[in-house]
Design a protein around this ligand. Structure first.
Ligand SMILES: [Ca+2]
Ligand SMILES: [Ca+2]
Length: 129
């Protein structure tokens, strides 16, 4: 094997593809994409195939889900809506199937993201005597 470190020999502006999704680092919105084989939502493996470059800009489905997972939500429903909205976009774009969307949304629904502890409860250790 020779020295062939340039992933894009025909393009002088691109030479690295760190995450191997076929989009050069300079054009890649996520140059270090989450390239797990399946989509993981809130730590739950959906079993849905993780498309590595569904938008043509190097974004994997997991990249998008990670952004949603790390967002702040007033409540759990708001988080589930955000995931559902994204899954619908992916469905419309033909990236995932209706079943895939169901699996993604069901993982989101089972998660604890957006859930807050009831301030009136969970204070068992805070009572003063
Ligand atoms: Ca890339
Ligand atoms: Ca990427």
């Amino acid at each position: 094997m020779g020295d062939n470190s340039d992933a894009f020999p025909d393009d002088p502006t691109e030479w690295m593809d760190s995450d191997g999704d076929g989009v050069g680092d300079k054009s890649d919105l996520y140059p270090n994409s989450n390239v797990l084989p399946t989509v993981v939502v809130a730590g739950c493996d959906t079993g849905v195939e993780n498309a590595l470059n569904w938008d043509g800009r190097g974004t994997s489905i997991n990249d998008r889900m990670a952004v949603i997972d790390s967002g702040t939500y007033r409540n759990h429903g708001e988080y589930v809506s955000a995931v559902t909205e994204s899954a619908e976009c992916l469905l419309d774009a033909g990236v995932i199937t209706e079943d895939d969307k169901g699996a993604i949304v069901s993982c989101a629904a089972r998660s604890d993201i957006g859930k807050k502890e009831d301030p009136g409860k969970g204070k068992q250790n805070g009572k003063k005597k």
